[in-house]
Write a protein that binds this ligand. Structure first.
Ligand code: C5P
Length: 396
């Protein structure tokens, strides 16, 4: 695991109860977490909660005589790889936007060197307040990442914008802040999941692709700084934050969506398990199960990836090959046939539906083996490799 050091600032809002879950998520992801609370945060939840969850003493006071470290406001930010404040109150954001450093947490923020992310949490009127909105504009201009806020039911009983994002989503942003950004400013188009070829009103031909690898690649590309469009077959996954998802059903739908988006793309990654055939004699109505032999006429689907590589000015294209045998031989033949600078080869038996996988990257230089790992870890390596080749090809 890539263990990183996260400094978590907690300010005084009712959303503090969600910060405990955030700590759990970060610790589960393998990170070391140091919590710093403001005095008012401790009115909502005691420091001992965070001490127990992180295994580290919580800092609250600048002038704590019990501690040997009189330079905590400097040393803690030097220690951290990323700094996240959740919840961030209107008061804290106002201080941050104006460089005010009058307690340990705001002083740490002023002295920071690592990326800073804040998750605002406040009543909808406070969020919409012009002074708060001015502060948000200023913080964005200063390079602070503003996470959310979400809209919905608020603790005060009102409904509106100002709810803190859920812990899981904040954790995704923290992970993203820790990744290098080789695709900053680039547009990446990705296909994912299975396609579904209709037989009649209720039936169809599909495959067991879960979409996990495609969604992991989308998340890795977003983490690498890209603007991501994900053309997705029917899956039960949530798209990564920051990704635009276009839902499709059949291979023809997927091709149409890709054609509509591909001109804008710098990189195209085809991860979808596209059905090779569609049904010619589809029935509008549900076919009755009379005791007769039903014959389906199947015609080949368009090859989406090959369509993209055959364009006049194609984006940098990456393909996947799932094979059940002769992996290297079949995959390299596919790479050449589809004219791909990069192809990720994997075995059907280890890939489909699983949470982890083993991949061999094939490019003009040969093969690069990525040992068995979580699909996100593999996706990050694949995206980094694609970004290197893309940069070399485009001399950027
Ligand atoms: O030919 P094969 O299906 O094995 O090729 C796999 C690669 O081609 C994957 O990247 C897949 O997303 C893409 N593909 C496609 N359209 C198809 C079939 C495959 O884009 N009709």
């Amino acid at each position: 695991m890539n263990q990183k050091k996260i400094l978590l600032g907690v300010t005084g809002g009712i959303a503090v109860y969600k910060s405990a879950e955030l700590v759990r998520q970060l610790v589960k992801a393998g990170h070391e977490v140091q919590v710093v609370m403001t005095r008012s945060a401790t009115e909502f939840v005691g420091p001992v909660t965070f001490q127990a969850l992180t295994g580290r003493d919580v800092f609250v006071d600048m002038w704590d005589k019990q501690r040997g470290d009189s330079m905590a406001h400097i040393s803690l930010t030097r220690w951290a790889d990323a700094f996240v404040v959740a919840p961030a109150t209107a008061n804290f954001l106002a201080k941050l936007a104006n460089g005010i450093a009058d307690d340990l947490l705001s002083t740490l923020a002023a002295a920071r060197e690592c990326p800073l992310l804040v998750a605002p949490a406040m009543n909808k009127q406070m969020w919409g307040n012009p002074a708060n909105q001015r502060n948000i504009v200023q913080l964005k201009a200063d390079g602070v990442a503003i996470l959310g806020p979400a809209s919905g039911f608020q603790a005060c009983g009102e409904v509106g914008e100002g709810r803190m994002l859920e812990a899981e989503e904040i954790a995704l942003h923290v992970d993203a802040a820790l990744q290098p950004k080789p695709l900053a400013g680039k547009k990446v188009l990705i296909t994912a999941g299975p396609t579904f070829e209709r037989i009649d009103a209720v039936r169809g031909i599909t495959n067991p692709s879960s979409g996990k690898m495609g969604y992991a690649v989308a998340r890795a590309a977003w983490e690498a700084g890209a603007e991501v469009t994900l053309v997705s077959g029917q899956v039960s996954l949530t798209p990564p934050p920051g990704c635009r998802r276009i839902d499709v059903v059949s291979a023809q739908d997927m091709l149409n969506a890709v054609n509509a988006e591909v001109d804008a793309a710098d990189i195209f990654i085809g991860v979808a398990a596209v059905a090779d055939y569609y049904v010619l004699n589809q029935s509008e109505q549900k076919i009755k199960k009379d005791a007769h032999i039903l014959t389906l006429e199947l015609a080949p689907n368009p090859d989406i990836l090959a369509n993209v590589t055959a364009r006049d000015n194609p984006p940098f294209c990456v393909g996947f090959a799932a094979e059940s045998e002769n992996l290297l031989e079949y995959a390299e033949a596919k790479r050449r046939r589809k004219k791909l600078p990069l192809l990720a080869a994997n075995l059907v038996q280890t890939a489909i539906g699983a949470d982890d996988n083993e991949i061999i990257l094939l490019d003009d230089e040969g093969e690069h083996r990525l040992p068995r790992a979580d699909k996100l870890e593999l996706a990050r390596k694949l995206v980094a490799h694609a970004a290197r080749l893309y940069a070399r090809q485009n001399k950027v």
